[in-house]
Ligand binder design. Structure first.
Ligand code: ADP
Length: 497
């Protein structure tokens, strides 16, 4: 494992130097504006710990203005009243513009979040484009039913936009999470106040810039960066917001639910996970080993779906765990703009402290590292990709979401008993199964209490595929037509004939 040298700001591509030199403003009612308070907050470069940009700090007053703008845009029908094909056209234009600016978005995403630029180029940005295009297609296909009922009536349903929606998103895939949320809301005809994570607000602000360029009416999309406890909380409890959609920790998800109770706004949640990844001895072991490494180390483990509890049938346990450890040791740790980087920094010093704290707690409780286990360097928020063995089910590292490149591997003997261990978690977001036995694969997939089960693969997403959690991993689904339903109300209309 090698630590590559940190980036030199003066050598950043011209777009980034220019974009980052200006204080970034809030986007409200079609205009870029300062915060009412005049305050700004710093955004850090996770590779160096230095300030990357200053961003206007949205708070209650700004959220109020943004919600009022979204309300006016909703009531005027400037968006929901457009012919669906025109809504589709604008969402498509947004996707086209995003694709045109792929390099700029990938660069910002890498600088802001720390992820390898190469990954942002092939994953974050193109997947965001695909999501917007997929949802644009739904704008013209929001259908009601004609329903035969008793008596002399004509009865039918209409699906209408829910109204003003607040969307609060995390820092692990800043642009993609924005696209997942904006796509269905826009397609359905809702108007939006988006609050990006305070760690990574830059790509959402650039997205607002291109939304303005392609001609979204003012107030349809508002972007208000700020802290969770202030701007986020104000949005979640706002009495004039009809729905709040949140992606983040289960802990904050519960706060959102309580805040939403005031006006009983609709809530969808995409929360944490502690996903089991199960490798049976009859799997293609090389493929499973590679898949398990990808399942935990992708995005530095900062994925809600991270396969953080690895269960391996005993006869192949050493082969798999040593294989993952070897893969971890071969990874280059470095800043996102270096083409050699496999593992970038974690997003923040808080996240660095949290991940190293979990590793230390596991070791203190008797687990052992097969590889990694420490911070890398003393600048930036780098941590080694880490493989832990000898973890016991009661340990914190087996129960709580670490959200870092840390996998805890446990051997099992009885394939029939592994399901109990796999489902022994409050979470239920995702799971992996590796086997060549088709019948076993489907049985295990059915028995796992998780919103997504990957068989002989991991972290495969598609805009057409519903994504969300069982148990404390969430409410509702993202992507697919299911997401669209979460942004519409169903109205029954009964006409006496
Ligand atoms: P993490 O712990 O991984 O940083 P969080 O769940 O804290 O994830 O953050 C996800 C999003 O929720 C961010 O946009 C953050 O600002 C926001 N947030 C945090 N706390 C609150 C809160 N009390 N009310 C509303 N939003 C919040």
């Amino acid at each position: 494992m090698a630590l590559l040298a940190p980036p030199i700001p003066s050598q950043l591509p011209e777009f980034a130097q220019h974009y980052l030199s200006r204080t970034k403003q809030l986007y409200i009612d079609g205009k870029f504006v300062d915060a009412q308070s005049g305050k700004t907050f710093p955004v850090f470069n996770p590779a160096t710990g230095e300030i990357l940009a200053e961003v206007a700090e949205g708070d209650v007053a700004d959220i109020n203005l943004a919600v009022a703008a979204a309300r006016r845009a909703f009531e005027s029908k400037a968006w929901s009243g457009l012919p669906p094909s025109q809504r589709a056209r604008l969402i498509d234009k947004l996707a086209d513009k995003l694709e045109e600016r792929l390099e700029d978005f990938a660069l910002l995403e890498s600088l802001d979040n720390g992820k390898p630029l190469a990954v942002a180029r092939v994953a974050d940005v193109p997947m965001s484009v695909d999501n917007l295009r997929y949802m644009a297609g739904w704008a013209t296909k929001i259908l009601g039913d004609s329903i035969p009922i008793a008596g002399d009536f004509h009865a039918y349903t209409r699906r209408e936009p829910i109204g003003v929606v607040g969307q609060i998103i995390p820092w692990n895939f800043p642009l993609l999470m924005a696209a997942w949320k904006l796509g269905p809301a826009l397609a359905a005809g809702c108007t939006i106040v988006l609050k990006p994570a305070e760690q990574t607000p830059l790509s959402a602000l650039l997205l607002a810039e291109i939304a303005a360029e392609v001609g979204f009416p003012p107030g349809v999309l508002n972007v208000v960066p700020g802290y969770g406890e202030t701007a986020g909380a104000a949005l979640a409890e706002h009495p004039d917001v009809d729905k709040v959609a949140f992606t983040g920790s289960t802990e904050v998800g519960k706060i959102i639910v309580r805040a939403a109770a005031g006006n009983l706004k609709k809530v969808t949640l995409e929360l944490g996970g502690k996903s089991p990844n199960i490798i049976f001895a009859d799997a293609d072991v090389a493929q499973a080993t590679q898949g398990a490494a990808f399942g935990i180390f992708f995005n530095m483990g900062q994925c809600c779906t991270a396969g953080s509890r690895l269960f391996v049938e005993r006869s192949v346990f050493d082969e798999v765990t040593h294989g993952i450890a070897a893969a971890a040791k071969a990874m280059n740790v470095g800043h996102g703009l270096d083409a050699r980087t496999d593992i970038g920094p974690l997003v923040s010093d808080e996240q660095l402290a949290r991940v190293t704290g979990y590793i230390e707690s596991g070791i203190a409780e008797g687990a052992r590292t097969l590889s990694g286990g420490a911070r890398v360097g003393d600048r930036g928020y780098f941590v080694e990709p880490t493989v832990i063995v000898d973890a016991k089910p009661h340990m914190k590292i087996m129960r709580e979401e670490i959200f870092g490149p840390v996998v805890a591997a446990t051997p099992f003997d009885d394939p029939n008993e592994i399901l109990g261990a796999a489902n022994d978690t409050v979470y239920g977001l995702a799971a992996g199964v590796w086997t060549k036995d088709v019948s076993k694969a489907h049985k295990v997939a059915a028995a796992l209490r998780a919103g997504t089960v990957w068989v002989n693969c991991y972290n495969v997403f598609d805009p057409a595929l519903p994504f969300g959690g069982f148990k404390q991993s969430g409410w509702g689904r993202e992507m697919s037509h299911n997401a669209l339903e979460c942004y519409t109300e169903t109205k029954s209309v009964v006409v006496k004939l």
